[in-house]
Design a protein around this ligand. Structure first.
Ligand code: 0X9
Ligand code: ZN
Length: 306
């Protein structure tokens, strides 16, 4: 059983999902969205109190990047809070449906645990190229303005884009899971680290989405709730303006192709350079607590959307 005082392995996270659905079968449904390159199940957790798939939905993923351990830790913390404390705040499940893919890149995540702590990509062997380098950046492999800057065509680079869109089983499984519920999904939250940024698309252009003002307003409310807990500051802006140009990430695709309006990349603790990806495990629970406050704001807004 997870207690969020340490970072978990893939098997722990999978068992957490099945145990939660066994304890709360009326709320939690676990399915397999696909297989990773190394044949691990890509776990999908749906949380719903019924309504036969007509409520507005929120799609959340974590662990696209292998070294960002606080991401699946925080996402699983929020899943636990939603379900185990349902009676204390039933509106967060009764008014919206949730779909979680807490660990999109289990192969990379396990490799970061066992071999190379700062590994970022998945672990696919590039049979199509003449290289011994391994892995594609799942967050450069989506088919929207693919390979238009800030991604690499070199299989040895940490931001290798795969050469073509959707070459990776993990990005295909995430794509298909998002598309399956896209017509009622109002918010897509893809959880990364680090930097304490609440990011909107786009990465491929510094131009802003046409509904940027509405996206910024909701982000402002979410961040205010987050910061109110411990004072953790987050900044808000579009990826290309706040971070750097990059292309092929899941959020740009989710907004530009899947049409999900309130799409954000959340870069969790810390701001670096002290810890960065090596965030001490005693920050998992504080990260979970403050991020949950932001998610509540998103859920309240999504519940009202038409
Ligand atoms: O570069 C990335 O993939 C993300 N940052 S990270 O440090 N976690 O690797 C940022 C992606 C932001 N989204 C877009 N640029 N659309
Ligand atoms: Zn990341």
């Amino acid at each position: 059983n997870l207690t969020w005082d340490n970072y978990y392995r893939y098997d722990d996270i999978r068992e957490f999902a099945y145990a939660l659905s066994a304890s709360y079968p009326e709320l939690v449904t676990v399915s397999v969205a696909g297989k990773s390159y190394e044949n691990r199940d890509l776990i999908l957790i749906k949380i719903s109190s019924g309504g036969s798939g007509t409520k507005n939905a929120i799609f959340v993923d974590g662990g696209i990047h292998a070294c960002e351990w606080i991401s699946p830790a925080t996402v699983t913390y929020i899943i636990r809070e939603l379900v185990e404390n349902y009676a204390a705040h039933p509106q967060y499940i009764d008014d919206v449906d949730w779909i979680f893919m807490p660990l999109v890149n289990p192969d990379g995540y396990e490799f970061a645990h066992t071999e190379s702590r700062l590994w970022r990509k998945n672990r696919r062997v590039h049979d199509e190229t003449n290289t011994t380098c391994i892995g594609t950046d799942i967050n450069r492999n989506f088919d929207y303005h693919f390979n238009e800057g800030g991604s690499s065509e070199n299989p040895c680079a940490p931001t290798y884009n795969g050469g073509q869109p959707f070459t990776e089983p993990e990005s295909r499984a995430l794509r298909d899971a998002i598309l399956a519920e896209a017509n009622r999904t109002k918010s897509y939250l893809t959880v990364h680290s680090y930097g304490q940024h609440w990011l909107t698309p786009w990465g491929w252009t510094t131009d802003l989405p046409e509904d940027y003002d509405a996206m910024f307003a909701l982000a402002t409310d979410a961040v205010a709730a987050l910061t109110a807990v411990y004072g953790t500051p987050y900044d808000i802006g579009s990826s290309a303006n706040l971070l750097y140009a990059n292309s092929g990430p899941s959020d740009d695709w989710a907004k530009g192709v899947a049409g999900i309006p309130y799409t954000y990349t959340i870069e969790l603790r810390d701001k670096g350079p002290v810890y960065g990806f090596l965030l001490p495990p005693d920050q998992i629970i504080p990260s979970g607590i403050e991020t949950w406050e932001a998610f509540k704001v998103i859920a309240e807004a999504v519940a009202q959307m038409t």
